[in-house]
Design a protein around this ligand. Structure first.
Ligand SMILES: [Zn+2]
Ligand SMILES: [Zn+2]
Length: 261
């Protein structure tokens, strides 16, 4: 899985917590780098602080949000404030940074911004693009393919291809075939394992570690990164549950973990 070449995709975990944060942790956020391009994937609560360990936020080339749950986008508010009001290099980029969001997000952002008496706080800071569901588009040198997956709100799993490398982010989702199809043959699948198995219901919007392993095997991915799990669950227990269904390379996401695909 490890490559030291210019075609590589580099992934840095900024936050892997579920809806509540680990001690000193952040909710969903990942820095994806391809050559000189830097994309922030999800921006949950706590992510801005972790992002600044990697780069000044104004150096981002884009931000992409998988779905409109607070643990995946809430730090857009402090990030917007920083981009608008902080001096370079942290804020005040020469051009607005593109922000790719689910349909309807602009309305949600205005409602959220009104809590700060600043409804346009996010649109003032970013160039907003509401993507079409299940669409394919490019961000710089990255080719993206979206697939709608079952969750409590409209949610997209996202495939990123750069040269011959492919990484698939499952976002939040219950068990589903769309993620298997999207991830088929990928170099890396990032899959959530939010639920202890005994809490998973038939209509669940989340997966267990065992189900994440099932999806990795069904998609025949080269490696698996487990995320969106709480520190309250034993990592060894999670790893063992994944291994019941998947024998490939498996890692558990930890803050600031860096992988090269
Ligand atoms: Zn979540
Ligand atoms: Zn969610």
């Amino acid at each position: 899985m490890l490559h030291a070449d210019t075609d590589a995709l580099k992934l840095t975990v900024l936050g892997k917590s579920p809806a509540w944060q680990d001690t000193g942790g952040a909710s969903s956020g990942y820095l994806l780098e391809a050559k000189t391009q830097k994309l922030l994937l999800d921006c949950g609560n706590g992510v801005l602080a972790e992002l600044q360990r990697q780069l000044p936020p104004a150096a981002l080339d884009g931000v992409l949000i998988s779905h409109l749950h607070a643990d995946h986008f809430f730090d857009l508010i402090p990030l917007a404030y920083m981009l608008t009001f902080a001096p370079p290099p942290y804020g005040s980029p020469k051009q607005k940074i593109p922000l790719y969001v689910p349909p309807g997000a602009k309305t949600v952002f205005r409602t959220l911004g009104s809590l700060w008496s600043y409804p346009s706080v996010i649109e003032d800071a970013f160039e907003i693009h509401e993507y079409a569901l299940d669409s394919a588009f490019k961000i710089g040198s990255l080719d993206l393919q979206l697939a709608t997956v079952p969750h409590f709100v409209t949610t997209s799993a996202i495939s990123f291809t750069h040269a011959d490398r492919r990484l698939v982010f499952g976002a939040d989702c219950g068990p589903n075939q769309a993620l298997v199809n999207l991830a088929s043959g990928a170099d890396l699948l990032i899959a959530e394992a939010t639920m202890p198995d005994d809490q998973v219901g038939a209509d669940a919007g989340h997966m267990s570690a065992r189900q994440a392993g099932e999806h990795a095997t069904a998609a025949d991915v080269f490696s698996l990164l487990i995320t969106h799990y709480s520190e309250l669950f034993d990592p060894l227990w999670i790893t063992e549950r994944v291994a019941e269904n998947y024998t490939g390379s498996t890692l558990l996401a930890t803050p600031q973990m860096a992988l090269t695909v």
